[in-house]
Every structure is written in structure tokens, then in C-alpha cells.
Write a protein that binds this ligand. Structure first.
Ligand SMILES: Cc1cc2nc3c(=O)[nH]c(=O)nc-3n(C[C@H](O)[C@H](O)[C@H](O)COP(=O)(O)OP(=O)(O)OC[C@H]3O[C@@H](n4cnc5c(N)ncnc54)[C@H](O)[C@@H]3O)c2cc1C
Ligand code: SF4
Ligand code: SF4
Ligand code: SF4
Length: 392
């Protein structure tokens, strides 16, 4: 039996490719740039390892959980870290602690031409590149084997990513429990990931339109409009910064697995979960969100997670909160499928970027409504209102 997955049954975690002892699996992009495993029948010996390692839908990660996560409102004490992170700067505090122990941090940064890639860092400037969410699926190829090699060398490792990525890594490594001892998994609360091929076309389009190169990208420029509104900016080589109506706003290009995601719940495949603390203004930690600079929600999921979190508490303002106060939609159920998703994929494959940009992106009323919601609707109801707009 060998892996035979496509479409929404596969999140692209690369665990099967990494585990195959015969190098029979290659990850190849579909038309949207999402990677899927392909098996070379000539190399495959039907050992079944790739099927066993696939964590998506098995709920296998739940064996590492304590009964329920403990939730905290968190804000980094260093304001510069808050402003350069997307929420309250929880991630950088955790990674600083791993670096202090001479460990290795894996996270998502920008590769050449702003490709979204997982990378390895052993110093602060490397980890700084991981700050800020990139709402496009990262390329993980080769990373699981590098993590394994670091752990085999006795290094302490922090791996951060979406929950399907941490679940895939855990499943890949758990055959050697000794390796897991020095591994900390940190996942993000995850709404879903957008298509890498469309991201690339989008950047090319902006550079053509402006006739200059992009030198920096920010998916949420807090300095411009604050934490609550998703304003992404692009900085060009002449120093000019621009914002654009956001093509990536309306969920039409999410990976299909995101609509059936088994990790949109409180049983997390990680030691610690980090997210935006939407609704913080209605909790006992209200003061952490009132300046609109960002507040993190941290879920402590395991005993090991608690050890790391306790070690970084002095760098953070921390307040324990009730689980009921932080149950945003993606902690309860996956993002619903946008009715236009299938049509978008077909249009993009057949007619290309220019066509879908005009039809689905730009400044249509739904995008404007979402931006309006971001700026005006209170934190607590914002994700629900956005979902309602998405369903229309
Ligand atoms: C695709 C995606 C969807 C998200 N959806 C939600 C949501 O619905 N609700 C919510 O509360 N929070 C969501 N977040 C998390 C949120 O945006 C912040 O990343 C999180 O709160 C951490 O903030 P921070 O200030 O601690 O650290 P930051 O410095 O802002 O976060 C950086 C962390 O995000 C990781 N990361 C960045 N881009 C990616 C990527 N493409 N894939 C995997 N990991 C990545 C980095 O490795 C690092 O660990 C999402 C993040 C991503 C990447
Ligand atoms: S069945 Fe075994 S050899 Fe074949 S692709 Fe899967 S892991 Fe590789
Ligand atoms: S292991 Fe990961 S990449 Fe492989 S089929 Fe399963 S979900 Fe897809
Ligand atoms: S929504 Fe689920 S399947 Fe999609 S990227 Fe996030 S964790 Fe993975």
C-alpha cells in the first residue's frame, strides 16, 4: 500500500516524502502551486511507510495532549518586538530562549523573490526573518530531514508552522521517541493558506505595474493602520511604500485541505499554540489590546510547552484567561469553502492571473466590506462577520 492522495485529503506536509526509504516520492505543484506527493512506481516497493506516517485526519497527534490547553493573553515587554511581529510578539520570545540554549529554530521566512519558505536559523537575525505571518503556504521541502539531523546531533530544536506541519513533523519523528525529547513544536491558529503560484504572479504583476523592484513585503503593516486591520504593504527599491486591494482576502485560493482541517480545534498538534487574541478587549486582559499594537493568544498544550513558556515569562506580560473568552472560529471548525473556490482554480489554470485578478481580486464589494469590518467591528465578533461575508 502506498500513498495515493490528492485534493483535500492532503495538506502537503511532506512527511510521506521525507519517510520514503527509496526516494520514490516527489512533491510536485498543482496549477495553484500547492505541493502534492507523486509516487514513482519504478522505485516504490510497497512498504506502506508513507501511508502510516500521514497524520492528516488520523488524529494521531492527540496522544501528546494534556486534557485541555491553558490559555494566556501575552504581550512582549519589548515594544519593538511587538511592532515587528504580527500579534503580541510571543514567537520571538520563545525563539530567543531556544537560541540562548544554543538551539536551532525553524520558521517561515522569505526566500528569493519573496517565495514563502521554511528555513533554519541559529541566530537572532535569522529568527527575525520568521517574524510576521505570511498567509501563503510555505515550501517545506527537505526541512523534516534537516530537523531530524539536528535532533540526532543532540541539538535543541524549535519548529514553528501551521498545525498540519507540526503534526506531520511529529508523525515523521515519533518512530524515534528519543528524538522528540529535544523538540518543541509551536503552531499558529490557522485560518488556511493561500496559493503560492498566485502569490508569485501577484508580485510579478505589482513590479510590472510600478516598473520597479519590490524590496520588502509586510502582510500586516501595524505601523500604518494598527494590529486589527489587515493592511499589507509592499516597499519598492526607490523607498516608496504602497498598499493594494488585497487579492488574498477572500478565501478563494485556500488549499482545499483547509476546508476540512482536523486541527481547527483545541486539541493541538504542538506544545504551544500562538495566535491573535481577537476579543481581548472583553476579557480581564483588555489593557493588552487597547493601543491596537497587538496581543497574542498563547495556548499551553503540553507539560513540555509549559516548561518553555515558564522560561520566557520574564520577557512577557502574561495574564491567564478563560478558554470561553478566546474561542475564535478557527479554534472550533475549519474555514468554510468559498463557493467560488472551484471556479477560481479552473479560471486561474485556464485563463491565468490577469483574468482572476480582475474577476476575484481588486476592490470588489466583498473585499471592501472585509476591510471595513477589520477597522470598525469589535474584535470579538470580527471573525464571525468575516465568515458570513465569505459565505455570500
Ligand atoms: C497562514 C496563517 C494563518 C493564520 N490564521 C490565524 C487565525 O485565523 N487566527 C489567529 O488568531 N491567528 C492566525 N495566524 C497567526 C497569527 O497571524 C500570528 O502569526 C500569531 O499570532 C503569532 O504572532 P506573534 O506576534 O507571536 O509572532 P509573529 O512574529 O507574528 O509570527 C511568526 C510565526 O508565524 C510563523 N509563520 C509565518 N508565516 C507562516 C506560514 N506561511 N506558514 C506557517 N507558519 C508561518 C513563523 O514561523 C513564526 O513562528 C495565522 C498565521 C498564519 C501563518
Ligand atoms: S510504499 Fe514505501 S517505497 Fe513506496 S512510496 Fe511509500 S514509502 Fe516509498
Ligand atoms: S503525509 Fe502529508 S504530504 Fe503526504 S499525503 Fe499525507 S498530508 Fe499529504
Ligand atoms: S487550515 Fe489546516 S490544513 Fe490548512 S494550512 Fe492550516 S493547518 Fe494546514
Amino acid at each position: 500500500m502506498r500513498i495515493d492522495k490528492a485534493g483535500k485529503e492532503c495538506c502537503g506536509c511532506t512527511a510521506c516524502e521525507s519517510v520514503c526509504p527509496h526516494g520514490a516520492i516527489a512533491m510536485r505543484p498543482d496549477a495553484l502551486g500547492f505541493l502534492y506527493p507523486y509516487v514513482d512506481g519504478n522505485k516504490c516497493v510497497d512498504c506502506g511507510l508513507c501511508v502510516k506516517v500521514c497524520a492528516f485526519h488520523t488524529g494521531r497527534h492527540r496522544e501528546m495532549q494534556q486534557a485541555m490547553p491553558v490559555p494566556y493573553a501575552v504581550r512582549n515587554r519589548d515594544e519593538k518586538e511587538v511592532m515587528t511581529s504580527h500579534s503580541g510578539g510571543a514567537f520571538i520570545a520563545l525563539s530567543n530562549e531556544i537560541l540562548r540554549k544554543s538551539g536551532v529554530v525553524y520558521g517561515v521566512g522569505y526566500g528569493g523573490r519573496f517565495r514563502i519558505v521554511h528555513e533554519r536559523a541559529t541566530n537572532k537575525s535569522g529568527c527575525d526573518g520568521f517574524k510576521g505571518s505570511k498567509y501563503v503556504q510555505s515550501d517545506l521541502q527537505g526541512i523534516f530531514r534537516r530537523v531530524r539531523s539536528d535532533l540526532s546531533d543532540g541539538k535543541i530544536v524549535l519548529f514553528s508552522g501551521t498545525p498540519c506541519q507540526t503534526a506531520g513533523l511529529y508523525s515523521y519523528l515519533k518512530v524515534k521517541p528519543d528524538l522528540l525529547r529535544n523538540l518543541w513544536l509551536v503552531d499558529v491558529i490557522c485560518h488556511g493558506v493561500a496559493a503560492p503560484a498566485v502569490w508569485k504572479d501577484y508580485l510579478d504583476y505589482l513590479e510590472r505595474k510600478e516598473r520597479k523592484k519590490i524590496v520588502a513585503v509586510n502582510f500586516r503593516d501595524k505601523g500604518l493602520t494598527g494590529w486589527r486591520s489587515h493592511t499589507e504593504t509592499f516597499k519598492f527599491e526607490d523607498g516608496v511604500k504602497r498598499t493594494y486591494p488585497y487579492l488574498f482576502y477572500n478565501d478563494v485560493m485556500l488549499r482545499p485541505s483547509c476546508n476540512v482541517c482536523p486541527y481547527a480545534c483545541l486539541q493541538r498538534p504542538s506544545d504551544l499554540t500562538i495566535g491573535d487574541f481577537w476579543g481581548v478587549e472583553d476579557t480581564c486582559a483588555a489593557s493588552m489590546g487597547e493601543d491596537n499594537k497587538g496581543c497574542s493568544l498563547v495556548l499551553v498544550n503540553t507539560e513540555k510547552g509549559k516548561v518553555l513558556f515558564d522560561a520566557v515569562r520574564t520577557a512577557l506580560r502574561v495574564m491567564e484567561v478563560c478558554l470561553d473568552d478566546c474561542l475564535q472560529p478557527n479554534l472550533q471548525s475549519p474555514t468554510p469553502c468559498n463557493p467560488q473556490q472551484g471556479r477560481f482554480a479552473r479560471d486561474y489554470a485556464e485563463k491565468g492571473f490577469a483574468y482572476v485578478r480582475k474577476k476575484y481580486g481588486n476592490d470588489n464589494w466583498k473585499c471592501r466590506a472585509r476591510r471595513w469590518v477589520s477597522n470598525l467591528v469589535p474584535d470579538k465578533v470580527r471573525p464571525y462577520v468575516k465568515r458570513m461575508i465569505g459565505r455570500i
